[in-house]
Design a protein around this ligand. Structure first.
Ligand SMILES: [Zn+2]
Length: 294
């Protein structure tokens, strides 16, 4: 027997197909099936509203971000094409403050690397953190005494502060670098500063025997970080949905804890986690609104 389509079926079929198509385009909730990094990297303007950091450094977002001007009194923003020069106003203030400190130690200014995307959130490459507008990478190279061109900002590179064997600082390390890190770590709302273990060791050696080294506690050894240091601020006031990390362990962090970084164990590169990318639903609930196109 022939199975012929009745007129009613002829009508239902395209309707059903259209419904399936629409569902796959829009999802049950927009973006639910999309990696959060794909959504946040497309959003080029801050979400309006009271400035607030939501969630944690590696699982969060940012509302009411401020853009760092490309040049200012004592800083120049590098790699503008990456569009990662947004931050919480606290971070913009911190950069202004540290730029003045840099000038007072004799640098013409700072070169500012990645901060956050316009609405924070996960990025397509380069960082797991930097999601809440409270992290900034600062180059280990003084700004020149002129304004860099757009091409120079894309092409110039920083300096490698670590010797080839990874155990000590390179010949490019100076007292100004140490003074700048001390200034940064002494700012009350700085939570941590990540540097290469060889840099932490240089700071420990240079201050050994001294008592006033509370600031060293915030300087944390981490893999990489040869060409820049990474400053992380504490959650801003009035950001009740921002989650701080536990403070660093007490003490300067110069003894056995630092020695571990120079063992064979530490030198095995950390396996890249095969974890699934963060989805919008993995971020704090407020980030769904932050990610909406307004
Ligand atoms: Zn960083």
């Amino acid at each position: 027997m022939m199975h012929r389509l009745s007129p009613a079926r002829i009508l239902i079929l395209p309707l059903a197909l259209a419904a399936i198509l629409l569902a796959s385009v829009f999802g049950d909730r927009a973006g639910a099936q999309e990696a959060a990094k794909n959504i946040f990297s497309q959003l080029k303007q801050p979400r309006e509203g009271q400035s607030a950091s939501f969630g944690t450094y590696a699982r969060g977002c940012l509302q009411g971000a401020r853009a760092l001007p490309s040049s200012g009194e004592g800083w120049q923003a590098m790699r503008p094409s990456r569009q990662r020069h947004f931050g919480h106003p606290d971070l913009i203030d911190f950069i202004g403050f540290l730029s003045q400190q840099a000038q007072s130690i004799g640098w013409p200014g700072l070169l500012i690397g990645d901060m956050a995307q316009a609405r924070g959130g996960p990025m397509k490459g380069g960082h797991r953190s930097h999601q809440t507008g409270l992290d900034v990478d600062i180059w280990m190279r003084a700004a020149p005494d002129y304004t860099l061109s757009a091409i120079e900002r894309e092409m110039a590179s920083s300096l490698d502060m670590v010797a080839e064997d990874g155990r000590s600082v390179s010949s490019l390390w100076t007292g100004e670098h140490a003074a700048l890190l001390k200034s940064a770590a002494s700012v009350p709302n700085v939570a941590r500063i990540f540097v290469n273990p060889a840099i932490k060791r240089a700071l420990c050696d240079e201050t050994s025997g001294r008592q006033d080294v509370e600031w060293l506690r915030k300087i944390r050894p981490w893999w990489g970080h040869r060409h820049h240091f990474h400053v992380r601020l504490k959650c801003p006031e009035h950001s009740s949905s921002c989650e701080n990390q536990a403070p660093p362990p007490s003490g300067s962090g110069c003894g056995a804890e630092l020695d571990w970084w120079f063992t064979a164990d530490a030198r095995v590169p950390k396996a890249k986690s095969a974890a699934k990318p963060l989805m919008l639903d993995d971020l704090p609930a407020q980030c769904r609104r932050v990610a909406e196109i307004d």
